[in-house]
Design a protein around this ligand. Structure first.
Ligand code: CAA
Length: 246
């Protein structure tokens, strides 16, 4: 049987890299998305190669609906139909709401939420027609509970949860599952960019006493992409070191 194909958006960041590796280790051919002209792409690919991973690069701006259509077409013609879509691309533009400008709001909503529509819309019909598929949306603990300084990010990540549950219901009979992962604070560049004193205060509220590891999210993603996860759909998987229970 041909290997299944997974598309991971925002593949070259901290979480994306761990997700690509976990899916490859679990038998998927992985298309790794990044922005066109993403400067560290070649360095990232070389590092992955040195670790034994060979990823197909799928450049596209995920905020651009037509560019998403084109990249899906390219992947499907060059490596095969997309069986697993991981909507992982995300940015932060943290600011207290009173100081947040429209640009900070728009950037986060388009990258973190519109992107999920833009890709899922092009991939889901094929999954449903073939009778098997997995859509995995990267939300956040802050989409579940809200966060001081993240009105834009929390709104987008909460939007993902509503999207996930709605689409899950629409394709449940077609062999396609749609789930959201809500990671807590994981040791990636995004979290390390928070001012140290603010970050230390946040870490002090995490019951397990540490940041999460990207590979802990990758492993959960690999599970959701597996055949055995076929009975789980519309779920929000909270993985946050006990920071927030719901
Ligand atoms: N609750 C209540 N009050 C808070 C607070 C909180 N969580 N955080 C800060 N404050 C208070 C501060 O004590 C301060 O009060 P005073 O003026 O009385 O001293 C006031 O709010 C202003 O705080 P800052 O000095 O931090 O303000 P700033 O403008 O320099 O920075 C900020 C604002 C950028 C939002 C900064 O507070 C920050 O980075 N916060 C963390 C936001 C965060 O958690 N981002 C997550 C990024 S990682 C990610 O998003 C991945 C994921 O999915 C988890």
């Amino acid at each position: 049987m041909a290997k299944r194909v997974a598309l991971v958006t925002g593949a070259m960041g901290g979480l994306g890299t761990a997700v690509c590796k976990a899916l490859a280790q679990n038998g998927f051919t992985v298309a790794a998305n990044c922005l066109p002209g993403f400067a560290p792409k070649d360095e990232w690919l070389a590092k992955m190669k040195s670790e034994g991973f060979d990823f197909f690069v799928a450049e596209a701006d995920v905020t651009d609906y037509d560019a998403c259509a084109a990249v899906v077409k390219k992947i499907e013609s060059e490596i095969g139909p997309i069986d697993v879509l991981v909507n992982n691309a995300g940015i932060t533009r943290d600011s207290m709401f009173k100081k947040m400008d429209k640009g900070q709001w728009d950037a986060v909503l388009s990258t973190n939420l519109d992107s999920v529509f833009n890709l899922t819309h092009h991939v889901l019909p094929g999954m449903a027609d073939r009778g098997w598929g997995r859509v995995i949306n990267m939300s956040s603990v802050n989409g579940v509970k809200g966060q001081f300084g993240q009105a834009n990010y929390a709104a987008a990540k909460a939007g993902i949860l509503g999207f996930t549950k709605s689409i899950a219901a629409e394709v449940a009979k077609k062999g396609v599952t749609v789930n959201a992962i809500a990671p807590g604070y994981i040791g990636t560049d995004m979290v390390m960019a928070i001012k140290q004193e603010v970050r230390d205060a946040i870490v002090s509220t995490i019951p397990v006493g540490r940041l999460g590891k990207p590979e802990e999210i990758g492993a959960l993603c690999a599970y959701l992409a597996s055949d055995l996860a076929g009975y789980m759909t519309g779920a929000t998987l909270n993985i946050n070191g006990g920071m927030h229970f719901c």
